[in-house]
Design a binder for this molecule. Structure first.
Ligand code: TSX
Ligand code: MN
Length: 622
């Protein structure tokens, strides 16, 4: 009998190393030599393989079954490993200034963490050698974007977590067909370890191996490498998502002249049958996933979803901006998701889904904050931390606030027919937005591409429970990409400015705010499905309907030009759109101070001009 094949003396328990392209074989050999796994599993993306992943996760007690649903499991993590770790995320370049702007002396920079390439080598040497001992190295070939699309890119991830393998299979186009389009070409090298070689030196909490003290997520943007250690969670470990699609992606996009953005992509057909696609960037906690699959309460509108998190966009030869969703699944926040906020999501997440850190019901289902009205009365709840018979009196939430569903795109009942088209969908409008309780109107249209880029760079949002920042503070989040910037923010803004070319049909840029409150603290806009009324106004503006009026900050809807018919409660138009003088004085000063302190000399002069011009229009003198 022939034994299993070997790579670097390590047994290959699944797949055939001879089928690997040369460069892929060299990569896995190198990583196996460094990390010394017990076994190597070459993933093929097949259905059988996925059954193996599920069986292995169940055997390792990494997940439990959810018999109430079809092929759903629940993972509960070590409570110290529940979110992306911004403070441990690094961009590694030769020069610091390439990665982050120089903040004003005495000011702490907030636009990313830099590490030298030399330092990274040291950090790798102190973590990765032998880090996969006793574990299986899963080699995951994946395509971000439709396989073979000119906008798509290939990555190969080595990971010692079967949860990561199963999740990457949902979130990316993972499988050995990737090797056919890859051939001898280069790929993004993704190395991930939970950082717990066996036998473990410390107890493994919740059967979730991780090493929070030594967690590091590092990006070599010049050579397209990602080194992630110590965390099994989400963006730290599913390297196709934030690390590749946004950080490495935007570095490639800068070199190649396109855009890799933290944006949803949605198609809207109006009652006249006219369809347009828009992309939208929103900071966390703004309901991006809800907007990406909005349900219109007004008949005649059709919403179709292309993606809820990331857009890769390129101008085609006709000057049309085209977008693809590089992802293959949704990795959405559970708490707050229910039949009111997102009925479409409720229709898609109860099959073929990996839940993480939600609570469990005694009938084999899931529960989280926001599902109270949908809970059967006879069931009992076990919280995400394993507290049995959980009740609201427990004082702690049943589900972790960052609990997630990981669901394939194809589950989405309103998935756009062109979601997988290699050429991407044509984009008519770009939305920026934030959670702004004060001063910012429901919607405004920017005056030009330049003014729109300024608006994107100036985005701020109230952070409610963002992983590492507590309290209710309005924080700057340029392009909603602050946690995902992989090169100097000033150069990033510059790159956006340079997108504008005469022959190109530049999309209009809008700013929206669903979260304005009145003096009593009540929301002025019902939001959710009713946002279709704002999207309709945007679509009409894309056709240049004369329904806008000039204001100092951009074009506002003419009074009455947003359809308010049939809303349950009256809308206070005046309060929804007013531009309080004192607020805007503070706002402009705040934006200017932020740019000066954080971006300094790297801020493009065009943005300074936009600030000066807007101040003039607002009547703010020096
Ligand atoms: O997702 C939201 N959207 C976009 C929906 C397409 N949320 C939830 C944000 C947390 C993730 C919103 N919250 C939106 C919104 O448009 N608006 C609000 C604020 C709001 C909350 C509750 C009500 C009204 C506005 N009213 C009632 O619940 C009755
Ligand atoms: Mn996101």
């Amino acid at each position: 009998m022939m034994g299993n094949p070997k790579i670097e003396n390590t047994e290959v328990v699944h797949g055939n190393p001879q089928e690997l392209p040369k460069k892929v074989l060299a990569f896995v050999s190198e990583i196996a030599q460094l990390c010394q796994p017990d076994k190597i599993w070459l993933c093929d993306g097949s259905e059988d393989e996925n059954k193996d992943f599920t069986r292995l996760m169940l055997e390792e007690n990494l997940v439990i079954n959810l018999p109430k649903y079809e092929n759903c499991v629940l993972a509960r993590t070590n409570p110290q490993d529940v979110a992306r770790m911004e403070s441990k995320t690094y961009i590694c370049t030769e020069e610091k200034r390439e990665a982050i702007p120089e903040p004003k002396p005495g000011v702490k920079g907030t636009l990313g963490n830099w590490m030298s390439l030399k330092q990274l080598d040291e950090e790798i040497k102190s973590r990765f050698p032998g880090c996969m001992k006793g574990r299986t190295l899963y080699l995951l070939p994946f395509s971000m974007g439709p396989i073979g699309s000119p906008i798509s890119h290939v990555g190969i991830q080595a990971s010692d977590s079967v949860y990561v393998a199963a999740s990457m299979r949902i979130m990316t186009r993972m499988g050995k067909n990737v090797y056919k389009v890859l051939g001898d070409k280069d790929f993004v090298k993704c190395i991930h370890s939970v950082g717990v070689p066996l036998p473990a030196q410390k107890p493994i909490i919740n059967n979730w191996p991780c090493d929070p003290e030594k967690t590091m997520v590092a990006h070599k943007t010049k050579t397209n490498e990602i080194w992630s250690y110590g965390s099994g969670y989400g963006g730290n470990s599913l390297l196709g998502k934030k690390c590749f699609s946004l950080r490495i992606g935007s570095a490639i996009a800068r070199r190649e002249g396109w855009l890799a953005e933290h944006m949803l992509i949605v198609g809207i057909t109006n009652p006249q049958g006219v369809k347009k696609y828009i992309v939208g960037a929103f900071p966390s906690q703004c309901g991006k996933t809800n907007l990406a699959m909005l349900t219109s309460p007004i008949p005649g509108y059709k919403i179709e979803c292309v993606g809820d998190d990331i857009a890769w966009m390129r101008f085609d030869e006709n000057g049309v901006l085209r977008a693809i969703n590089p992802e293959f699944g949704f990795f959405g926040v559970c708490p707050g998701t229910n039949h009111h906020t997102n009925p479409v999501a409720m229709d898609m997440i109860f099959k073929n889904t990996i839940f993480t850190n939600v609570a469990k019901t005694s009938d084999g289902g899931v529960f989280w904050e926001g599902l109270e009205k949908e809970l059967k009365t006879h069931v009992s709840i076990t919280s995400w931390t394993g507290e049995k018979h959980w009740t609201r009196d427990s004082g702690k939430p049943a589900a972790h606030p960052n609990a997630r569903f990981c669901t394939p795109l194809v589950n989405c009942p309103i998935l756009d027919p062109h979601w997988n088209s290699p050429e991407g969908v044509p984009i008519s409008a770009i939305l920026f937005g934030g959670r702004r309780p004060e001063g910012i109107p429901l919607i405004y249209e920017t005056r030009s591409w330049k003014h729109g880029v300024y608006a994107g760079a100036s985005v701020s949002s109230e952070a409610t429970s963002a992983a590492e920042y507590k309290g209710h503070k309005v924080m700057h989040d340029p392009f909603s990409a602050r946690p995902f910037l992989s090169y100097n923010a000033g150069k990033y803004i510059e790159h956006w400015l340079q997108m504008e070319k005469d022959y190109r049909k530049m999309p209009k840029i809008f700013h929206v705010n669903w979260f304005r409150k009145n003096k009593e603290g009540h929301y002025l806009w019902p939001g959710f499905g009713e946002n279709i009324r704002v999207l309709d106004w945007i679509m009409r503006r894309c056709d240049n309907e004369p329904i806008a009026v000039e204001s100092p900050i951009g074009l506002l809807p003419k009074e009455g030009s947003i359809n308010l018919e049939g809303l349950p409660d009256p809308i206070n138009w005046e309060e929804l759109f007013e531009l309080p003088e004192d607020f805007w004085k503070r706002e402009m000063n705040d934006i200017e101070t932020y740019f000066n302190q954080q971006i300094g000399d790297d801020l493009p002069p065009a943005i300074r001009e936009e600030i000066e011009n807007q101040k003039k229009r607002l009547g703010i003198s020096k």
